[in-house]
Design a protein around this ligand. Structure first.
Ligand SMILES: [Zn+2]
Ligand SMILES: [Zn+2]
Length: 480
């Protein structure tokens, strides 16, 4: 029963490792996890019989026990008591209770060598906090419905790609890779346009979604692609904090290339077996921690460097894709380029939307399925995407008919209206974008004035609704 637990997590550690426990407790608390960490409980523990109280605590009072395993932990009397209490509890339940984090390689009695451990040097307080949140959610779900074996899918990169396949798989099957690539380039371009002054999550989700869909058409697993390319390391210098600017994209010390590949592979495996949730937020944090200099450059020189790199990577996806489709390149070449584009997009998200979770934004964006047709399996027609930055001439043709009607309703203004009709006709015929912008602006201004002039007159009831319709159509034809 979750109600009987006072804490979500109790941390068991040796005094020598207090700095780690403290950092972890702070991260867990920041993530809303109720933590037992003895420093926070001094007043509560004061004067109590610590032996029986702590035994009680580590056996009965928390849903999970995080154990910080180190040489000190193995040798101290005190943590040994805590460990025994925790192990007694672990033995009494089938689900995992002890969540071990290794600070070094020391063996601890009673902890099987096959038990999955996280490693402190490969984690941060916040990555561990997310893993704990996931554990708590899973536990909560299984308690709410004891028959339910499957836990609601956690937001991973893979589940993002799969949910897009569900929504768009059928539509995308009918599309050529080039068409999809066109959308990737288009949405990535609009992202760089909208990035200043303030991009929205949607600006990022669109290119990421096309990227994931392209990955699906060629059979690339986006999650695998990302962690193979960026296993918390830079693919060029293989450092966890990139030093490429000093070494010109090489490791700081000589290492044979094949060993570099082995090292990257080992890092990737550590992620796979590390019980971390490989979500888009995880990927975003990876990139931010490998390349802190990106943010510095952005703040000093503006976003242009970042977006010229993104544009370059987007171009390289096309090159790799063409190579792959003609049999000259293998899938891993495409996967690497796809991972690079994802890295630059997430890097920009980290800098411009620092407080926003990528996973949460994506979940709410696709909550109803396709956000345009609102179906769980999209039925939108290809090439029917709504205009975002240019204008839609068909909507303008429609508005032209309304203007003819308005001219009849307001004969006194017919010559003014005729001018507007002429300008709109030129725009529709030439589809000239600068001219369209000016025309739309002029039409809107003039109609606004006409509306003011008619209000209160006997023409109001017939003409104002038409004016409003036209104004709405102008709005609709440009940037929805
Ligand atoms: Zn590097
Ligand atoms: Zn749709």
């Amino acid at each position: 029963m979750p109600g009987r637990f006072v804490y979500d997590v109790a941390i068991s550690f040796a005094g020598e490792d207090r700095h780690v426990a403290q950092e972890l407790a702070a991260a867990l608390e920041a993530a809303g996890v109720k933590v037992f960490y003895d420093d926070n409980e001094k007043a509560a523990l004061w004067g109590k019989d610590l032996y029986s109280d702590l035994t009680d605590l580590y056996r009965d009072k928390a849903q999970f026990c995080i154990m910080l395993i180190s040489q000190h932990y193995a040798s101290k009397v005190w943590p040994t008591q805590e460990r025994r209490a925790a192990q007694a509890r672990a033995l009494s339940q089938s689900a995992e209770y002890i969540l071990p984090i290794r600070l070094d390689e020391t063996e601890v009695p009673g902890l099987l060598p096959t038990t999955m451990c996280l490693r402190w040097d490969q984690e941060t307080g916040s990555t561990i906090a997310s893993a704990v949140q996931l554990k708590l959610r899973q536990k909560c779900a299984s308690l709410a419905d004891p028959d339910m074996k499957a836990v609601p899918p956690a937001p991973t990169i893979r589940s993002f790609q799969l949910s897009l396949d569900k929504i768009y798989g059928k539509v995308n099957n009918a599309l050529s890779p080039d068409y999809m690539y066109g959308h990737l380039a288009r949405t990535a371009g609009y992202l760089s346009k909208n990035v200043s002054p303030a991009p929205t999550a949607k600006d990022f989700i669109r290119p990421m979604s096309w990227l994931a869909s392209i990955a699906s058409t060629v059979g690339c697993d986006l999650q695998e692609a990302f962690i193979s390319r960026y296993p918390r390391r830079c693919p060029y210098c293989i450092e966890s904090h990139c030093v490429c600017f000093r070494t010109n994209k090489e490791p700081p010390e000589y290492i044979p290339a094949y060993k570099m590949a082995q090292e990257m592979y080992a890092c990737k495996n550590a992620i796979i077996h590390g019980a971390v949730l490989v979500s888009l937020d995880f990927a975003k944090n990876c990139i931010a921690s490998i390349y802190p200099s990106n943010e510095v450059i952005w703040h000093y020189a503006g976003p242009w460097f970042h977006f010229s790199k993104l544009a370059e990577e987007v171009a390289e996806v096309h090159e790799a894709l063409s190579g792959f489709l003609t049999g000259k390149k293998n899938l891993s070449a495409v996967s690497d380029e796809i991972a690079d584009v994802l890295a630059w997009i997430l890097g920009a998200w980290h800098i411009t939307l620092p407080g926003k979770s990528v996973d949460q934004e994506i979940i709410s964006y696709y909550l109803d399925g396709c956000p345009v047709c609102r179906r769980s399996a999209c039925v939108c027609k290809p090439y029917s995407g709504r205009p975002q930055n240019l204008f839609d001439p068909s909507v303008l043709s429609d508005a032209l008919k309304d203007l003819a009607e308005l001219s009849e309703a307001l004969p006194a203004a017919s010559s003014e209206i005729e001018e507007l009709q002429k300008s709109l006709t030129v725009v529709i015929e030439t589809q000239n974008y600068p001219l369209a912008r000016i025309t739309l602006h002029q039409v809107a201004m003039k109609l606004g004035r006409l509306r003011e002039a008619c209000s209160g007159t006997d023409k109001a009831t017939t003409s104002i609704p038409i004016i409003v319709t036209v104004l709405n159509k102008l709005e609709l034809s440009y940037r929805q």
